[in-house]
Design a protein around this ligand. Structure first.
Ligand SMILES: NC(=O)c1ccc[n+]([C@@H]2O[C@H](COP(=O)([O-])OP(=O)(O)OC[C@H]3O[C@@H](n4cnc5c(N)ncnc54)[C@H](OP(=O)(O)O)[C@@H]3O)[C@@H](O)[C@H]2O)c1
Length: 173
């Protein structure tokens, strides 16, 4: 059965970036980057927003991606690993089922995390919490329809600075 795994690194006050131009690797710890790359090595497919893909294209090119955008009405294959999809026209669950992918990374940004949460397409969450406050920025979620309860599976300290990696299961409604 397919598993949808949300991967995110946040500030201690819950932001995924200070602004839309900020590349995640510019502020996340080396230990989180290692964790991210190790997780990506286990994924069959990723779901990512168009803004995040554009910003992280160099790193993302080698991973098969469904890139969400409002600019298409039917799935559009751009190259070997990149397909543009508009979930308003093409249900993501159907597309993923059709792909045969078993491990699917939900990579954000905020709108994509919310889209997948709201559609029931998140089974697990790996949230890295870096010991920094941003004060403002892009929140993890752009708009959850309902509160989503989680159960903690494990929490691990990744480095001396105190970067924490929390692994949660999403509770079934
Ligand atoms: N810290 C982390 O773990 C993490 C993870 C990911 C991203 N980020 C950061 O977050 C920032 C970008 O995030 P963001 O929230 O601004 O943008 P984003 O979610 O990456 O991209 C937003 C765009 O994706 C498309 N999109 C997303 N959901 C859609 C939906 N349900 N239906 C149709 N189109 C959809 C739209 O594209 P169109 O405009 O083409 O219609 C929308 O403008 C960057 O700074 C990035 O580094 C951080």
């Amino acid at each position: 059965m397919a598993r949808f795994i949300l991967l995110a690194v946040t500030s201690a006050d819950g932001f995924i970036a200070r602004n839309a131009d900020q590349h995640s690797f510019s502020w996340s710890s080396k230990e989180d980057q290692r964790h991210f790359l190790a997780m990506m090595g286990q994924m069959d497919l990723s779901i990512i927003g168009r803004a995040s893909y554009d910003l992280h294209e160099e790193e993302m090119r080698k991973y098969p991606c469904l890139c969400l955008t409002g600019k298409v009405t039917a799935p559009q294959k751009v190259h070997d690993t990149l397909t543009l999809v508009n979930p308003a026209h093409t249900p993501l669950a159907d597309l993923v089922a059709h792909s045969g992918a078993q491990q699917i990374a939900v990579l954000g940004g905020a709108q994509v995390y919310s889209t997948c949460m709201n559609a029931g397409l998140v089974d697990e969450v790996y949230q890295t919490i870096e010991p920094i406050y941003f004060g403002s920025g892009i929140s993890l979620f752009g708009g959850l329809e309902l509160p989503s309860e989680l159960s903690l599976v494990s929490i691990k300290q990744l480095n001396e600075r105190g970067t924490l990696l929390a692994h949660y299961q999403r509770n079934k409604r």
